[in-house]
Design a protein around this ligand. Structure first.
Ligand SMILES: [Zn+2]
Length: 680
């Protein structure tokens, strides 16, 4: 067959390497010379001057878009949704699969003893080369035997001094000392790039390249929360079954993200951050894809049925909490029959974690951890003196650990670590690979084959072009907001439909498949002459989408765009899955997916998700996708390299036939070949 294909389609030169999953090398570059030429717009679907009404262009979501809560109807429905959200948080933060970081590695030192509590400095290794930093506040042990106390995690928020902030608006030391005096072991740990951590990394970690690899401040902070939880539970004076967590603002975000993925947290108080109108303004609160279809109300509700206190403020974005966010979250607690376990309190103040708000939280924790003790024991003493900064900062009297890495070497070591984990998992445990990388790949692309019943055809007309009947229409899906211009080419009446349908995607859109004087590109003609109906589509920001300049500038000026919207690349994969599903429905026959002239990588991404397709043919156009720059310049999806990019897609595609050409360089060929080998 290899030879036959070459005879049919060979043009001039052979590609450097071509791979075919499931069987053999495929030697053809028949589309290499495709040239799109403008042709009078006769194949256009949108009327002259009209723009696509695709919601992905017309309705960009931001961190300040008003959000509604979709109340579940049953515990079962919610538990399923909760599991989806848990996966989403882990994937967004780069933590599925969990990185291989070894056993807990922690140093606790320089204990300072006060009459009613102690405070120590803590260095907690999260990744080799990087540390979480903080202070451990403990009650005084008085008896002969070590007494166990509940443990409280205290993330902070974007106060200027971070975990050392001590102002009327917020004080992390006063919160931690009060907890210790009340009978808790409390760990207050830095956000990335705050207080001591400023000496290790900046708060806004890395750039776009790091995002490809799942390296981000939200990822590092979530990992720090998880390791801090391990740390607390490992202490001899902590009851590992009694763990609480509270923080305000960005520390509130850290609190509900941790509670969403960890059942080990038993009581929580995320303060001033469960909002329907503002989801968090910093990178460290916005992982890629995190809020594509959810919001802080739903993430906060993941705490159910565990006790939750929602503290809000009249002077910030939580001012509607009593009327909106609280009833929304409580609707989930009602399903569990424990509406009393979620409570709210609104403080008449601006954005804060002030003493009044803290006292509300102390009382909340008391009711679950110390229900028989009097409430007056849990009110903050307004007069105590906190230690000098030098007594709290972890690096004030010692050097950084010798294995600490600067930012760039750290990122390089993480990239290497993640690449190693990918291949190790694929080589050793394919089932585990599909449960972790496979799931992460799907969640990261965040697109799937649509329900065939959702697809609607609009504005349908017919023309004849180069002797072939062509249906022109908009392929739409109200569920996703897609409005995709499409041409369906049918074999001429003498040939008739003789083979399965083909989705043929050109990187510049459908019009690039025809030339002047009603000529067809070689590939289009080939499939039609073989009797295959051919659907060509304009993927987002190609072809007729370009009538609206904003289709190419969707992300411009939108802060944290990828947390709330699909990237351009994901959107194009979504269009391919729409076309593929339409063809299967229309002809009751699985389609072959073909991508040429820049569309090959989109098609290869779709390969792993197009379970209902027949086969895939992708020209990778010589892009070297072992190079991060190639992903950054033409194929950007955050986290995609962390989760195996084309390798995972090929594995997910299984034994479905895959033909690849235009492969650049030995490294790329080897990487793809290893993936292909794994599905043989
Ligand atoms: Zn931040």
């Amino acid at each position: 067959m290899t030879t036959a294909i070459c005879q049919l389609f060979a043009r001039t030169t052979l590609p450097p390497a071509v791979l075919m999953a499931g069987c053999f090398l495929f030697l053809s570059l028949f589309w290499a010379q495709e040239r799109g030429a403008s042709h009078a717009g006769v194949l256009n679907v949108l009327p002259e001057g009209a723009k696509s009404e695709d919601r992905r262009v017309t309705r960009i979501k931001t961190l300040k878009t008003d959000q509604d809560f979709r109340a579940p109807n049953s515990v079962g429905e919610w538990e399923e949704r909760r599991q989806q959200l848990k996966t989403k948080i882990l994937v967004s933060t780069g933590l599925l699969p969990f990185p291989e970081i070894g056993d807990l590695h922690v140093e606790v030192y320089e204990k300072k003893v006060h009459p009613d509590y102690t405070v120590e400095k803590v260095l907690l290794r999260t990744y080799p080369g990087y540390y979480a930093t903080g202070n451990l506040y403990r009650p005084i042990q008085t008896g002969a035997e070590i007494k166990k106390y509940p443990g409280i995690l205290c993330p902070h928020g974007h106060w200027g001094e971070g975990r050392l902030e001590d102002s009327d608006r917020a004080s992390v030391p006063r919160r931690a000392i009060s907890f210790a005096k009340q009978g808790y072991v409390c760990f207050a740990y830095d956000m990335v790039g705050y207080a001591d951590n400023r000496e290790l990394l900046p708060h806004n970690v890395g750039g776009k390249r790091e995002e490809l690899w799942g390296i981000s401040s939200v990822g590092l902070q979530t990992l720090a929360s998880l390791r801090s939880l391990d740390f607390l539970q490992s202490l001899e004076d902590v009851d590992p079954e009694k763990i609480g967590c509270t923080g305000a603002s960005g520390g509130g975000t850290q609190t509900f993200l941790l509670c969403g993925i960890e059942d080990r947290v038993k009581v929580a108080a995320p303060v001033n951050m469960i909002s329907s109108t503002m989801q968090g303004g910093c990178h460290c609160e916005n992982g890629p894809g995190l809020r594509l279809d959810t919001n802080n109300m739903e993430i906060g509700a993941m705490m159910a049925p565990r006790p939750l206190m929602m503290v809000s403020a009249s002077g910030d974005w939580t001012k509607k909490t009593p009327q909106k966010e609280f009833p929304a979250v409580r609707s989930v607690y009602w399903l569990y029959g424990v509406p009393q376990r979620v409570e709210e309190h609104q403080e008449d103040a601006g954005h804060n974690y002030n003493m009044a708000s803290r006292n509300v939280v102390y009382d909340h924790f008391r009711r679950f951890f110390y229900p028989t003790r009097p409430p007056q024991d849990f009110v903050e003493d307004p007069d105590f003196v906190i230690d000098a900064t030098g007594d709290l900062k972890v690096f004030s009297r010692r050097d950084k650990p010798s294995d600490v890495l600067e930012a760039e070497p750290l990122f390089a070591s993480l990239r290497q670590r993640f690449e190693g984990q990918l291949w190790k998992t694929l080589n050793e445990d394919k089932e585990k690979f599909e449960e972790t990388y496979g799931v992460s790949y799907r969640v990261t692309l965040a697109v799937s084959e649509p329900n065939p019943g959702d697809i609607k055809v609009k504005n349908k007309t017919e023309v004849q072009f180069a002797g072939y009947p062509v249906e022109k229409f908009l392929l739409t899906n109200p569920a996703t907001g897609q409005v995709v211009p499409a041409n369906l080419w049918l074999p001429d009446s003498t040939t008739g439909v003789q083979s399965s349908p083909t989705l043929l995607v050109h990187g510049q859109g459908k019009e690039a498949l025809v030339g002047a004087s009603e000529t067809l590109s070689a590939s289009l003609e080939h499939y039609l002459k073989a009797g295959s109906p051919v659907l060509s589509i304009d993927c987002l920001a190609t072809g007729e989408f370009l009538k609206d300049a904003s289709s190419t500038t969707r992300a411009k000026g939108v802060s944290l765009f990828e947390t709330y919207n699909l990237t351009g690349t994901s959107s194009r994969v979504q269009d391919i899955l729409l076309g593929e599903t339409y063809l299967r429905k229309r002809f009751d026959d699985p389609a072959t997916l073909v991508g040429i002239e820049g569309a090959g990588p989109w098609i290869l991404f779709a390969h792993g998700l197009a379970d209902g397709s027949r086969s895939t043919v992708a020209d990778l156009s010589g892009f070297d996708f072992t190079d991060d720059q190639a992903f950054l310049s033409s194929l950007y999806i955050p986290n995609i390299r962390r989760y195996g990019d084309f390798v995972t897609s090929i594995v997910l595609g299984g034994e479905r036939e895959l033909k690849l050409s235009g492969i650049s360089g030995d490294d790329m060929a080897k990487r793809l070949a290893k993936a292909v080998d794994s599905v043989q």
